[in-house]
Every structure is written in C-alpha cells, then in structure tokens.
Design a protein around this ligand. Structure first.
Ligand code: FES
Length: 580
C-alpha cells in the first residue's frame, strides 16, 4: 500500500476556530487563553484531542489520566498542541443491562465531539471492552487522523499458587461452587487476587482482543496491545503515541487510509491466532461499516478458517497477558501470520510504514506462550460462522474455547424463553435435562435483551455439574464474555425478538450442530417451521421513550455489527460555521 503524505505546512481545520482575527476567532482563542496558553500555540500547529475514557466507574481505565499526561508530553515534544477531552466511558463491569447497549451512544458522542470541535488529530485513550470499538467507530466516521493507545492489561492474578484470569476464573469458581468443589470463603478470598493492579482484564478477553485488533488493523503503534498497564513501557508507548499523532496530522494519514479491507482481513486472521473474543466479530463488522469497507460474516469464516490458535492464553489456554508481553506480544503473532502467507504485509499502519515491516524483527521468547503451529490449541482457530434453518443470517462459535467432542452433536432442546426463565429454572433438580441436551436461550439479542448481554455461556444445571460434566452445547442470540469458554453458539440471527427461527424452538425439538460443516439445524420440517413462524407474535415494546427506545428501534442485527443504520458510513469532518 503506498501512501503519499500531504504537503506541510498547510492550514488545518483548527484554524477555522483559532486562526484569524474575526470576532469568532477572538472568541475561541480568548476563552482558551483563560488556561494560560501563549499566543504562538495558535499559530497553526496541530491541535491534538486526547479523547480520554477515564472514569472512576471504569476501573479498567482508572489509570488513563496518568497516561494522558505522557501522551501530552509526546504531543508537546513533536510540536503539537494537546487538549484532553473526556468522552463517554462505557464500563463493562458496571453498565446495566450491558455496556454494549451504550457502545453506539458512545461512538455517536465521540464522533460529534471530534467533528464539532477544533481537533486536527485524536489519540483514542481506551482499554475496557466497549471503549476501544466505540472510540474507533466514532473516529472512523469523522476520518480525522486518529491513533489508539490502550491502557494495557492488569498483572497476572494469583490465588493459592494458581493463575487467576479476569472473568475466566470467576466463571470457573462460580461453577465450582455449584458443583460443591469450592467454599464460599475461598471464593471471597479470591476476589482481590483477581485484580491486583491497574489495567484491563488480563485474559485474552474482549479488552485484550480489541487492543490486539487495533494493533492488527494498523491503528496502534506496534507492540501496544500487550504491555501491562503498570509497566513503565506502557507510559513510553503513550508518549510515543503522542509524538506520532502530530506527524500523522501533518501527513494527513487518516483512518480510511489504514482501515482497508486488507487491514480487516489481517485483524480477522489475528483473532484466530490469538483465540480472541467473539465480540470482535460484532465490533469489526460495525467498524468496517463506519469506514465503508464491505465486510461480512462470511469474511470471518473465510479468513479465519485455516488459522491455528497459537497464543496459549486463557480462556482458551493457560497463561495471561503479562506472559504474552514477556514472550514478545502481538508482533510475534503477526510475524507468524506473515511467514505463513496469512498477512497482507503491505497494509499501512499509523506508523506510516507497513505492518510487514513493523513486525519483521519480532522474536518469540517463550514458545509455551506463543506456540509452534504443531502444538496449536486449535488447528482451525478462527471464528466459525454457522448457518442453517436455525440461523439463516448466521451464528458464531469459537472453536478454541469449545469442547472437541461436542463439535458435532445432536441433542434434545431444553428451551428458556428469556434470561428470567433461565434463572428461575436452571437450579431446579426437577428440570428434565442431562449433558446430551442442547440448552437454548431466547430473547437475548440486540433488541431482545437490549445490547445483547453476555449471557450466552449460561451456566450448566447443578445436577449436571455434580456429575463432573463441564460443557454442554448452548445456543442463543446473546453474546458471551471474551473471558468465557464452552461449546456455545452465539449471535444467532435473526434474533428471537425480531422473529428469527430461534423464537419458535420448543423443548423436545432435536437440534444438530456440525461445526466442521458450519451447520446449525432445527430438525423439524420446513412446513412445520413456516407454520410456527406464521403464528409467532412479537412481544409488547419494552420501552416507550428515552435512549432505550431509540436503541431498540434503531439497532441492527448482530450479523452486521449491531450498529444503528443511520450511523453507518464516514460522514467526514466538515462542520457548519459558528452561530455566534
Ligand atoms: Fe473492563 Fe474487562 S471489564 S477490561
């Protein structure tokens, strides 16, 4: 990919606010000068917005104010003018019903903040699951030069000599409590051990996956994804990012120059190699929609199908992000993909060079963390896209987190109409269910459980767990946490609340899953399915006003990224003139 930098010097968009002698220019400059800025800062140098998702209630991003100072230092050093701007921070661990319901709102807010203000370039300071895609989506829709720097993962959790992976350990211990294998006292004692430093989840969950996706897309400096949040090299990365964005503005290196179809294909293959989160499917589809790249679920299956999972991290494997960093981090993985002919080497990155050049010198320091191909966790580690009469628009499954013996399975459906029905019955020993059944959860898609909560990896019934069984086939229109595992069919589309076939599955129906054949099938006749669908009626609207109603009315299917239709596309950064 060849990129020709724009000529410099030239007049930047911030000069419309700060550059002249009109009443409006004096108004804008004068107000900012109340912070003590000298005249020469308004001389046409790049104004860099540091879009900060820091919040006390987004603890994963709790250290981003310190990192923002390092970004600022880098911007100053490179001759830019840094301005820190707080933006919507969708916290994964506090937002209800789910942070995903607010991803589009955050993206919309970021887009408008960037366009409406005198920002020539942006540093997207992110970390927690939804903060990364939401800011990238907003930036993509303005096409203002932008670069991602993440907060980095927490240090390893340890409890009683065992690694404690964020989320993964919690799901495991919760099942152990139900199975009578762990005491409540130990469960409580493990709480602090799971989160022992600043940073994001330390597993290859959604946060680490999205940090890796940003790097694989070329939107972050090489090596960014894995540096722990508290490592001094994270601060160096922030400072270098601040330096780099200034040159990106001068060169006019925009998101649309970087996030091409090739870049998305690189990211999809990278996701397979790292055993990344299924949430990346939704976020990358939405992000592609913002830059106008034609990306589909079929691209996920096509590109990921032959990619082995070589990163031995929880939830698929054994280690955590700290060890991934020490082993060499994402550049090693990208280099492996390159050597296997699975990387578009010439894809451009924020550095101004190609991704192939960026990773050429990467070295693996621990081949039990970044495995040789012959020891891959899954030979075909890419996200599997399933289709059939149960999911005409597709559903996804993460092979590296699934049980090999369940990848081809036929079982009797046990249906839960919604999450409340599931919670009310799952612990009842009278529930007619065994390990060969297929658990079906309805009405948890983007509209049905607004935002599509991460409940797809629903816990197994205690009476099955007590037999020592740890996995069953589960099917829903929900998402699952990137830290979760199991033979779990997710994102079934169309969703039940929109009248998809999932809505008419009944307890006792037989369901066939065949991951190799990419098939998910409800074993009833076409006539019977048509009759059930004709008799189906939608539930009464859950909301009649407010953002919740807007979300349910506007959100599209998981198979296209669950964005709002009106937010798709790159709307550029032209803005009406002042109204003062
Ligand atoms: Fe925020 Fe995992 S909950 S990074």
């Amino acid at each position: 990919m060849t990129f020709t930098p724009a000529p410099w010097p030239r007049t930047l968009r911030s000069q419309e606010w700060y550059g002249g002698t009109s009443r409006d220019n004096i108004y804008h400059r004068g107000w900012l000068k109340n912070q003590g800025y000298p005249d020469d800062l308004f001389d046409g140098r790049p104004v860099i917005g540091i879009l900060n998702t820091w919040s006390d209630l987004t603890p994963c991003n709790g250290h981003l104010r310190e990192l923002a100072e390092k970004v600022k230092a880098g911007v100053w050093e490179a001759g830019g003018f840094p301005v820190e701007v707080p933006v919507f921070s969708a916290s994964e661990n506090t937002f209800r019903p789910t942070a995903m319901m607010y991803r589009n709102l955050a993206a919309m807010a970021v887009e408008e903040v960037m366009r409406a203000q005198p920002i020539d370039g942006a540093v997207l300071l992110v970390g927690c699951d939804k903060t990364t895609p939401s800011l990238m989506m907003g930036a993509a829709s303005t096409d203002i030069p932008s670069i991602v720097v993440t907060g980095g993962p927490m240090l390893n959790g340890w409890f009683k000599g065992e690694r404690m992976g964020s989320g993964t350990a919690l799901w495991q211990m919760s099942e152990d409590i139900k199975a009578g294998k762990m005491t409540q006292e130990d469960f409580l004692a493990a709480e602090q051990a799971m989160s022992r430093s600043s940073g994001t989840c330390n597993t290859m969950g959604t946060a680490s996956t999205m940090a890796s996706m940003a790097e694989a897309l070329g939107m972050a400096l090489s090596g960014n994804a894995a540096i722990p949040g508290v490592d001094s090299r994270r601060r160096v990365m922030a400072q270098m990012t601040g330096r780099r964005i200034v040159q990106m503005v001068k060169d006019d290196l925009k998101p649309s120059d970087i996030m091409t179809k090739q870049a998305f294909e690189n990211a999809i293959r990278c996701n397979g190699a790292i055993g990344g989160s299924t949430n990346a499917v939704i976020h990358l589809l939405a992000l592609a929609g913002r830059v106008g790249v034609d990306l589909t679920l079929d691209d996920w299956d096509r590109c990921g199908r032959d990619v082995p999972t070589i990163v031995n991290l929880m939830p698929s494997g054994k280690y955590l992000m700290e060890e991934f960093f020490y082993a060499g981090g994402l550049p090693v993985v990208l280099k492996r993909l390159s050597e296997a002919g699975m990387l578009h080497d010439d894809a451009l990155t924020v550095s101004g060079t190609t991704i192939g050049e960026e990773v050429a010198g990467a070295q693996n320091w621990n081949d039990d963390v970044i495995l040789p191909v012959e020891k891959a966790l899954a030979a075909s580690g890419g996200i599997a896209v399933l289709r059939g009469n149960l999911a005409p628009n597709g559903a996804v499954l993460k092979p590296s987190a699934a049980s090999p013996h369940l990848m081809k399975h036929r079982g009797r459906a046990v249906v839960f109409e919604d999450i409340d029905d599931y919670k009310a019955r799952i612990n009842d020993d009278a529930l007619d269910i065994d390990e060969n059944c297929v658990m079906v959860l309805k009405n948890c898609g983007p509209k049905g459980y607004p935002g599509m909560s991460e409940v797809g990896n629903m816990g197994l019934p205690p009476k099955v767990l007590k037999k020592g069984i740890t996995d069953m086939v589960r099917i829903s229109d929900a998402r699952m946490s990137g830290t979760a595992y199991g033979t779990v069919v997710l994102h079934t589309a169309p969703e039940a609340a929109a009248g998809g076939p999932l809505a008419v599955v009944r307890t006792g129906d037989m369901i066939e899953l065949d991951v190799e054949a990419r098939r998910i099938h409800l074993d009833i006749s076409d006539d019977e399915l048509a009759a059930r669908l004709a008799a189906w009626t939608p539930a009464a609207p859950m909301f009649t006003s407010g953002y919740s109603k807007l979300f349910v009315d506007m959100v599209e299917g998981a198979d296209t990224g669950a964005d709002f239709g009106i937010l798709k596309g790159n709307r550029g950064n032209e803005v009406p003139r002042d109204s003062h």
